[in-house]
Design a protein around this ligand. Structure first.
Ligand code: GTP
Ligand code: MG
Length: 195
């Protein structure tokens, strides 16, 4: 993988539009504004491949990126954004649900949470949802650069306890912290995945 061949395959809203290839999917889930699109740009060393916005609700479709024909990186719509209509929220929930239930290529979900906050009820629901669908999510705590060094261990502990997990990758799209760990996880998943 040299990251020279990255393409947005499709922005899908339903299953029939998902790309048909035999690559494993690695999907990013998390609240709106948590930093999913920023993580994609950092990992792929692109400034503006995935659209980033300070106003939540930027990514409203399921975006499939082909990464060097090695895997599909999948940017899911963010949940938990208060200012979208109920109809819109239900549409997104259905989109995510359909993806998790039906996508055969799905190898791993990365669940992103903001390192500054206790995971929300929506995050816990997402975690359970992912588990019920047979996956063990890898949890990435974003925006590490927004905390002081002395606050990080406590913040990570709170995330672990709230979500009932053993490990969390503390990550910063701004500074690049944690990017090597996320890549190591992705590489391990790809080498085990059978699609
Ligand atoms: P939706 O598409 O709405 O679901 O949001 P998203 O999860 O894709 O978030 P996005 O990457 O668009 O980032 C939201 C905001 O947080 C933007 O203003 C980013 O610049 C900022 N942000 C994301 N990651 C980091 C980070 O690691 N550090 C800092 N300081 N800001 C970040
Ligand atoms: Mg986004």
């Amino acid at each position: 993988m040299n990251l020279n061949n990255i393409t947005l395959l499709v922005s899908a809203v339903r299953e029939a539009q998902y790309p048909q290839n035999n690559l494993p999917d690695i999907a990013l889930a998390g609240r709106s504004n948590v930093g999913k699109s920023s993580l994609i740009n950092r990992l792929l060393r692109r400034k503006a491949l995935a659209r980033v916005s300070s106003s939540p609700g930027k990514t409203a479709t399921i975006n499939f990126y082909d990464i060097d024909r090695c895997f599909n990186l999948v940017d899911l719509p963010g949940y938990g954004f208060a200012r979208v209509s109920k109809v819109e929220k239900e549409k997104w929930a259905k989109m995510i649900d359909e993806y998790l239930h039906r996508r055969e290529n799905l190898a791993q979900v990365l669940l992103l949470v903001d390192i500054r906050h206790k995971p929300s009820a929506d995050d816990v629901t997402m975690m359970n949802w992912i588990r019920e669908n047979g996956f063990t999510p890898v949890v990435v705590a974003t925006k590490k650069d927004k905390l002081k060094k002395s606050q990080i261990d406590g913040a990570v502990e709170l995330i672990k306890q709230t979500l009932g997990i053993d490990s969390v990758i503390a990550f910063s799209s701004e500074k690049g912290d944690g990017a090597d760990e996320v890549w190591a996880t992705i590489n391990a998943i790809i080498s085990e995945a059978k699609v």
